[in-house]
Design a protein around this ligand. Structure first.
Ligand code: B12
Length: 348
C-alpha cells in the first residue's frame, strides 16, 4: 500500500485499538469513526487501521462475548459499528484504481454469516491493486458457479469462520474446479495452519489478509488433489449426521437433562453435531477436540456444560453405532482427552 509511514507523534496502533474498543463498549459509532480517521490522518495506512485496529478489536469483542462479559446485543452493536467504520475508512482513503493485476471475487461459504472478515479482506486486496467484487455472506456453491460463468474472475477468495461449514467448502471447491477458477480460502474455519483447506482441496490458503495479498502477488498456487481427505465414506457419514441432526439433538438433550433440551442446550448440541460431521468429513479428530475445548471455555447460561461433554459424546457413540468412522472419531484419544480437560475445567 502506498500510504506514508506513521508520522512522529502518531499514536501507536495498540493505543488506538484500546481507544477504539472503548468506543465500541460505549456504543459510540461517531467516536469510533473519529478514532480511525484520526489514525489515518496521523499517518497510519488503511491496511493497518483495518487489520490492527478493527479486526483485532473484533477478536476482543468475541473474547468478551465468550467470557460472558458482553451480551450478544453488545456484540451485535459493536460489529455494526465496525462495519460502518470499514465503510468510513474506504471513503476517507479510497483504494487506488485497479492496477490490472487481476479480478477477484470475495465470498463467504454457504451458511457462513461472518461477513466482516471477508469484507476486510476485500478492502485490503483492493488496496493492493485487485479489482474486487464482494459477494457477501453465505453464498451457495451453485451461485458461485453462476457468477464464475457470467463474470469470469481470475480468482475466488472464500472466507469462513466456522469449521462446521467445511462440507460447504468442498462444494465450493468443486464449483470453482468446474470452471477452472483457482480458489483461495482463509479464516479460522480452515484450522490454524490451514490443514483443512488442503483436506477439502482448495488451491491456496493464507492466515490473514496481508499474507493473502502477498501470496496472490507472488502466484496463485495450484491445488493439490492428493491432499484431499474427503472420500465417499466421509461424505456418507457426514450426510447421515446432517440428516439426523434434529433427532440427535433431541435424544442427547433429553438423556443429559431428563427433558427436551431448552434453546441454549439445543443450540450447543446442534453445534456439537455440526462440528462432529465436519470432523468426520475432513477425517480429523482435532477438529472436534478443539470444538470441545471451545465449549469448555465459553459462558452460555443453560448451554452444554464442560461436565456434560463426556456424557454427550458417550450418548452419540450409542446412537451412531452404524457409522464406524464417526464412532472411531468419538472414541479417539484426542476427543477423550478434550472431554476430560473440559470436565476438569481446563480450556485450550
Ligand atoms: C461478529 C461476530 C459474529 C457476527 C458476524 C457478523 C458479521 N457481519 O461478520 C454474527 C452475530 C453473525 C455471528 C454469529 C455467530 N458466531 Co460469531 N463472531 C463474531 C466475532 C465477534 C467477530 C468476527 C470478526 O469480524 N473477526 C475479525 C476478523 C477480521 O478475523 P478473522 O476471521 O480471523 O479474519 C482474518 C483472517 O482469518 C483472514 N481471513 C478471513 N477470511 C479470509 C479469506 C481468505 C481467502 C483469506 C486468504 C484470509 C481470510 O483475514 C482476516 C483479516 O486478516 C468472532 C470473534 C473472532 N475471534 O473473530 C465471533 C466468532 C467467530 N463467532 C462464533 C460463534 C460461535 C458464532 C455463532 C455460532 C453464535 C451462535 N450461537 O449463533 C454464530 C454463527 C453464525 C454463522 N452460521 O455464521 C465463535 C466461533 C467459535 C468456534 N468454535 O468456531 C467466535 C470465535 C466467538 C468466540 N470467541 O467464541 N458472529
Amino acid at each position: 500500500m502506498s500510504a506514508p509511514a506513521p508520522t512522529a507523534g502518531a499514536a501507536d496502533l495498540g493505543a488506538i485499538r484500546d481507544d477504539y474498543l472503548s468506543r465500541l463498549e460505549a456504543s459510540d459509532e461517531a467516536g469510533a469513526v473519529v478514532v480511525v480517521l484520526a489514525a489515518l490522518d496521523g499517518g497510519h495506512d488503511a491496511e493497518a487501521v483495518l487489520l490492527d485496529v478493527v479486526a483485532e478489536a473484533q477478536r476482543e469483542v468475541g473474547e468478551r462475548w465468550a467470557a460472558g462479559a458482553w451480551t450478544v446485543v453488545q456484540e451485535h452493536i459493536a460489529t455494526h459499528i465496525s462495519e460502518r467504520v470499514v465503510a468510513a475508512v474506504s471513503r476517507h482513503r479510497p483504494a487506488p484504481a485497479p492496477t490490472g493485476i487481476g479480478r477477484i471475487a470475495v465470498a463467504c461459504l454457504d451458511g457462513e454469516w461472518h461477513g466482516l472478515p471477508a469484507r476486510l479482506l476485500a478492502e485490503v486486496l483492493a488496496h493492493h491493486g485487485w479489482e474486487v467484487t464482494f459477494l457477501g455472506s453465505s453464498v451457495p456453491a451453485g451461485q458461485i458457479a453462476v457468477h464464475l460463468n457470467t463474470e469470469g474472475p481470475d480468482v475466488v477468495a472464500v472466507s469462513s469462520s466456522l469449521p462446521s461449514r467445511l462440507p460447504a467448502a468442498r462444494r465450493m471447491v468443486e464449483a470453482c474446479r468446474a470452471s477452472g477458477t483457482p480458489i483461495l480460502v482463509g479464516g479460522p474455519a480452515f484450522g490454524p495452519d490451514g490443514r483443512w483447506a488442503r483436506a477439502v482441496g482448495a488451491d491456496g490458503w493464507a492466515p490473514d489478509a496481508r499474507a493473502a495479498a502477498a501470496l496472490l502477488a507472488a502466484q496463485v498456487p495450484d491445488g493439490d488433489e492428493a491432499a484431499v481427505t474427503v472420500d465417499d465414506a466421509s461424505r456418507e457419514e457426514q450426510a447421515f449426521l446432517h440428516a439426523s441432526r434434529g433427532e440427535l439433538v433431541a435424544g442427547v438433550g433429553s438423556r443429559l437433562r431428563g427433558a427436551a433440551p431448552g434453546d441454549e442446550l439445543a443450540d450447543d448440541l446442534g453445534h456439537l453435531v455440526d462440528f462432529l460431521a465436519a470432523a468426520v468429513y475432513v477425517d480429523d479428530p482435532a477438529l472436534l477436540s478443539r470444538f470441545l475445548h471451545w465449549i469448555g471455555s465459553i459462558t452460555v447460561p443453560s448451554g452444554l456444560t464442560g461436565a456434560e461433554t463426556g456424557p454427550a459424546v458417550d450418548e452419540l457413540v450409542t446412537r451412531l453405532g452404524d457409522s464406524p468412522r464417526t464412532v472411531a472419531l468419538l472414541r479417539s484419544d484426542a476427543v477423550r482427552a478434550a472431554c476430560a480437560d473440559v470436565t476438569a475445567g481446563v480450556a485450550e
